[in-house]
Structures are given as structure tokens and as C-alpha cells.
Design a protein around this ligand. Structure first.
Ligand SMILES: [Zn+2]
Length: 233
């Protein structure tokens, strides 16, 4: 009988028809590592592969910026300003009420764990803000946006399709104003140029407050946006 090898913690198996070889991929949103197993490769071989790369796995997880759950008294940046989360819990309260002030995120709740509510509130706020920003920039270049979708993508902060549909990650709400503005400008510029040639960057520059700073921040800190609202595992 074959002995059962066990996987390192926080490694999840992912069978893939497209993958050509075994691979370990960090998922910063779920804070786990996916062990990608191509067709025809045995589980045993995959386990050996993960075992062999255990040091890399530990290091990759350790280097993730720490999760920042939506806890009472925690400070998180929302729309370019630090806000202190204030959770006022009362079991007898009828509904949850959330309000964003210049300094606080005030949460009056009847739930012991209001984080899903907070996330929904922030997603709606992100939708409102990103939609407003995108339409304003699209109006400047006289190009209609046909639809805006707010999602929770793992690696792309925004996208734009040929038919004028734009998508953004709600997590941009935690980014500095310049960075959020840059991502919006980038996608709106794609309404005209579906490439990254010079003409695209010229338009992107014209549409943003400071696309150099914004792009720099997203490239160097973008991954940190994943940690908000996550629980440490
Ligand atoms: Zn692009």
C-alpha cells in the first residue's frame, strides 16, 4: 500500500486541463498556495513536488503582507484617507447601519461579526466612486462606457473590452487617490486604444492626475490591497 504523503499547510490542490507542468501559485486573496496538477500527473508526484518546494511555500506565505481584518479600532485607508473602524455592537439592534466619516467607519450592528456587511458597504462605495470617476473621464474623451462591473479579481485591478465594458476591483477603494485615479484613467484610455503603445500612454497621462506615481504605486503596492478584510489563517 502506498504511504499517504501529506501536503504542507495552506496548499490546495487544483487540477488543470491546460497546465503543462506541476506548479505552485500563490493566491494572495485566499492566502493559500495552489498546487496546479496537469492532466496525467499523479497525486503522489504532485505531493512530492510540493514537499520538495516546502521552503519556497513557507517563505511565500510569510512574505504576504499581514491580513487586516475589519476589526474594531483598526485603521484602514478608504478613498485616500485613514479611517478608524468603530464597531458598536448591540444584539437587540434591528439592522446594521454603516457610515463613512472623514476619520471613521462607524458601524452600528447586531452581528457579532459584521465584516461581511462592512465588505458589502465598501463594495457599494467602490462601485459608486469608480463609476463616477470612469464616466467623468470617458466624457472628457467623448467615449461612452457601455457597462461597469465591480469584481474581486485576483491579479488585475481593471480591464476594458472592445465593446466598451470596463471592470474594476472593489479593492481599489483602499488605494491612495493617485493610484485609484490612474487605474481608472488606464481603463478609460483603453476605450480608444486597445494596446499599450505610446499613443495609449499619452492619453492615459492626459486622463490622470499623475499616472507615473499612480502606476508606480500599483506596481509596487498593488498586492497589499488584497489583505483588507482578510482574516489571518
Ligand atoms: Zn492596459
Amino acid at each position: 500500500m502506498a504511504t499517504q504523503t501529506h501536503l504542507p499547510d495552506h496548499v490546495r490542490i487544483k487540477h488543470s486541463n491546460r497546465a503543462r507542468r506541476l506548479a505552485l501559485r500563490l493566491d494572495p486573496k485566499e492566502r493559500i498556495i495552489n498546487l496546479v496538477i496537469p492532466k496525467g500527473v499523479s497525486l503522489r508526484k504532485a505531493h512530492d513536488f510540493a514537499k520538495y518546494h516546502e521552503t519556497w511555500i513557507t517563505k511565500a506565505l510569510m512574505e504576504l503582507p499581514p491580513a487586516l481584518p475589519f476589526d474594531h479600532d483598526r485603521t484602514i485607508p478608504i478613498l485616500g484617507a485613514d479611517r478608524i473602524i468603530n464597531i458598536d455592537y448591540d444584539k437587540a439592534r434591528k439592522t446594521t447601519d454603516i457610515k463613512l466619516t472623514p476619520t471613521h467607519l462607524l458601524v452600528k450592528t447586531n452581528k457579532c461579526d459584521p465584516s461581511p456587511r462592512i465588505e458589502r458597504f465598501l463594495k457599494n462605495l467602490a462601485r459608486e466612486k469608480l463609476t463616477e470617476m470612469a464616466h467623468a473621464k470617458a466624457t472628457d474623451i467623448n467615449k461612452p462606457i457601455t457597462a461597469i462591473r465591480i469584481g474581486d479579481t485576483k491579479s488585475r485591478w481593471g480591464s476594458c473590452s472592445e465593446d466598451g465594458k470596463i471592470a474594476f476591483s472593489w479593492r481599489l477603494i483602499f488605494a491612495p487617490t493617485l493610484a485609484m485615479d490612474y487605474v481608472v484613467a488606464h481603463e478609460v484610455a483603453h476605450l480608444i486604444h486597445l494596446h499599450h503603445k505610446k499613443s495609449f500612454w499619452n492619453l492615459c497621462r492626459d486622463l490622470s492626475i499623475d499616472f507615473i506615481e499612480g502606476e508606480y504605486w500599483m506596481r509596487n503596492h498593488g498586492a497589499e490591497l488584497m489583505r483588507y478584510g482578510q482574516k489571518n489563517k
